[in-house]
Design a protein around this ligand. Structure first.
Ligand code: NI
Length: 156
């Protein structure tokens, strides 16, 4: 059985795990429309691959985005990352640019890409990777429907 002694350093127990990595995640939501369509293929080929998702006028989703940051717990704050700051970065750099937009036309960082959940998650990663300075970006998880979710963890 462990015995606990009084110490002149009251946080000894906590500091024993300072170097372990902790994952912290922030959830944000946005609504956007898109059309899954590869312009290098025929309409028939697009219909065969994307079915209703290739309908000419597009359709919408309520997306759920989870941004996961990994790192050691900073001794001074007890945080891996200040979630208030992480929230502002995600909203400014990603959510404000995607929310109520058409992903095929309106978003600089998606230009030239078929806006599948896979491509959106990877593009979000590329936007956030250099902007997150406390901890490091560990995963971008994007839920497009109740049942469909993708996760990107960078090129490793
Ligand atoms: Ni869709």
């Amino acid at each position: 059985m462990a015995t606990y002694r009084k110490s002149s350093k009251p946080f000894d127990l906590l500091n024993s795990s300072t170097n372990s990595m902790v994952l912290v995640s922030r959830r944000e939501t946005f609504s956007a429309s898109h059309r899954l369509y590869n312009p290098t293929l025929s309409d028939a080929q697009n219909a065969a691959i994307y079915d209703k998702c290739a309908n000419p006028n597009g359709h919408g989703h309520n997306y759920e985005l989870e941004v996961v940051v990994a790192g050691p717990v900073q001794e001074a704050t007890g945080y891996v990352v200040d979630l208030k700051k992480l929230k502002s970065i995600i909203r400014r750099e990603v959510v404000d640019k995607l929310d109520h937009k058409h992903l095929n036309h309106d978003v600089d960082f998606l230009r030239g890409q078929i806006p599948t959940a896979e491509n959106i998650a990877r593009a979000i990663w590329n936007v956030l990777e250099t902007r997150i300075t406390e901890g490091r970006l560990y995963a971008v998880r994007l839920r497009e429907t109740e049942n469909n979710v993708v996760e990107y963890r960078g090129d490793r």
